[in-house]
Design a protein around this ligand. Structure first.
Ligand code: SAH
Length: 241
């Protein structure tokens, strides 16, 4: 009976994510287990059931895979990764791509590091730090082909946090709700200050939940002014407009 139950759950993930290998699906299942057990000890997320973690965290993180935006050999940053989303599911999906998972909260990064160990992921680095500080460091500034943000901050704030890390010619993929999908063009002047351009908004439906998701793609088109990012706390207190 247990085996049948397991098989059914595996099949669900397989039908939702047909492009993954069986090994990758097993790793995603394992990620759900590991995350659930850490979440019991430390309050990382209000989603506490297995199906919820699979759909609302793991499948949600992987909605961008269909568009083929991430490639082998690239450097990807997940900024404000929290409990490891979307970075960990994507690192499992793209084993030959480097992922740097960043969060300001050391406690969260220590948990993510423990999960990376348990899952034996070789392509993930974890960093504790604030965007406003790391974005000024030589080894982080304009080094990443793609930066990802999910539930990091208000849109103009996350633009100032994220764009310093993006290489010229690279992009930010911001996981967003519906509101922004409709009035993103109002933020084009903010993007411009950050030597960037909002180039596209993509839409997807989260299966099972049947919820709409949108993804704002912002291209870095030139070198960033030395003014940005401003000091700790300033982007949030006085968002660019
Ligand atoms: N991406 C995760 C977590 C979202 S919560 C998810 O979608 O589930 C937002 C996270 O961003 C928190 O963990 C918080 O510590 C981090 N964060 C907020 N401001 C930050 C900053 N300025 N620099 C780095 N991390 C920040």
């Amino acid at each position: 009976c247990f085996a049948r139950f397991q098989a059914k759950k595996m099949m669900d993930l397989a039908s939702l994510l047909p492009s993954l290998t069986p090994e990758q699906r097993m790793q995603l299942e394992q990620l759900a287990e590991v995350f659930l057990s850490w979440n019991q000890k430390l309050n990382l997320s209000s989603i506490r059931d297995r199906q919820g973690v699979l759909i609302k965290h793991i499948v949600d993180s992987l909605l961008i895979v269909q568009w083929d935006l991430i490639h082998e050999g690239q450097k990807i940053m997940d900024l404000g990764t929290g409990g490891g989303f979307p970075g960990l599911p994507l690192a499992i999906t793209y084993p030959n791509t480097d992922f740097t998972l960043v969060d300001a909260t050391g406690k969260k990064i220590r948990v993510v590091e423990a999960m990376v160990k348990e899952l034996r992921l070789k392509n993930v680095q974890c960093v504790t730090g604030r965007a406003e500080e790391l974005g000024r460091k030589h080894s982080f500034r304009e080094r990443f082909h793609v930066v990802l943000t999910r539930a990091l901050a208000e849109f103009p704030v996350l633009l100032e946090y994220a764009m310093p890390f993006v290489k010229i010619g690279g992009k930010l993929i911001a996981y967003q709700g519906q509101e922004l999908a409709e009035n993103w063009s109002g933020f084009q002047p903010v993007a411009k200050k950050l030597s960037s351009k909002i180039s596209e908004v993509k839409h997807a439906i989260l299966p099972v939940e049947d919820a709409e998701r949108s993804f704002v793609i912002v291209e870095k088109i030139g070198p960033l002014s030395a003014k940005y990012p401003r000091g700790i706390g300033i982007p949030k207190k006085h968002p660019l407009s």
